[in-house]
Design a protein around this ligand. Structure first.
Ligand code: ATR
Length: 276
């Protein structure tokens, strides 16, 4: 990689950051599209994060992605926050204007929908969707589903009160965690937005008997690529979509804003990111 005095600079701020696949992902696109740009891993501790955000315009950054644990700090630090980020309650992408202002958005909802639209026939209007989980990822999924025009969003979470709070906020139907299998009755989509099924975590215990056979099953967990939930769904004949595509698609709006090219998510990119 040869840098110049005019190389466009972006990156990802997190703590820790060593696990992040984003530098590899953006690095692939920079090379693929021949962009004079660089995307850096930026380790930023919670104590220094506010000063770090404030320093970005002076250093000439085009913008940054923000990951754990800084997505809420980013929401507070931005000069402008768009409607999607405000509803999700977190900023994962910052775009720095020519005047040095920080504009925050959240591309997780976009990434979720773009992945499902690219990888399946699901378009949102087929019937109810069931979301498991009530953390930050589940909030992004719920906002995406509502914006896609899903007729009913059902939510269940281990801590029932969190599911009820999300249901009240967004106008969803809350199911007790103990009744999560019954929530699948008549659904067109089920999404695991918990951390269950991730390498090192317990598996998600979800009997699929009530789920229509043509319903799409999606897991936002991507390590492993095929979770127990997806394997179980595939075995009974349901269409499935894994979580890697959401990670790849959520990166597209930031790349386009910083580097001026709208990038594609391709099988070659998937393989490249998986090799890391
Ligand atoms: P994220 O921002 O990635 O969504 P999070 O806010 O920590 O992360 O949320 C993790 C989700 O996984 C939550 O819905 C959590 O349920 P609780 O709200 O009850 O904590 C869910 N989760 C984590 N471990 C779980 C487990 N062992 N059983 C059931 N749900 C679990």
């Amino acid at each position: 990689m040869i840098l110049s005095g005019t190389t466009a600079v972006a990156g990802i701020m997190g703590w820790p950051i060593g696990h992040s696949r984003s530098p590899r992902l953006h690095g692939y696109w920079l090379r693929e599209y021949g962009v004079d740009g660089v995307y850096l891993p930026l380790v930023a501790s919670p104590e220094g994060i506010e000063a770090a955000f404030r320093g970005l315009p002076g250093l000439g950054f085009r913008g940054v992605n923000v990951t754990i644990p800084h997505k809420l700090s980013a929401l507070a630090a931005c000069d402008h926050v768009d409607d999607v980020a405000a509803r999700i309650g977190a900023v994962n992408t910052i775009i720095i204007g020519e005047d040095g202002a920080l504009s925050g958005t959240n591309t997780d909802a976009f990434g979720f929908l773009a992945n499902l639209r690219q990888e399946s026939d699901w378009r949102g209007v087929e019937g109810p969707a069931v979301v498991l989980g009530a953390g930050g990822a589940a909030r992004a999924v719920c906002v995406a589903l509502l914006d896609a025009g899903v007729p009913e969003v059902r939510i269940a979470n281990r801590t029932d009160a969190r599911a009820q709070a999300l249901a009240d906020e967004f106008g969803l139907t809350a199911f007790p965690w103990a009744d999560r299998a019954a929530a699948l009755d008549g659904a067109a989509l089920v999404v695991n937005a918990t951390s269950l099924g991730m390498t090192g975590q317990p598996t998600l215990d979800l009997p699929l008997d009530a789920l229509p056979i043509d319903a799409l099953v999606h897991d936002i967990v991507y390590a492993p690529l095929e979770t127990e939930l997806l394997a179980q769904a595939r075995a009974r004949g349901n269409p499935i979509v894994d979580g890697l595509g959401m990670l790849l698609h959520q990166a597209r709006p930031g790349f386009e804003a910083w580097f001026g090219v709208s990038p594609d998510v391709t099988p070659a990119l998937r393989n490249f990111v998986l090799e890391s």
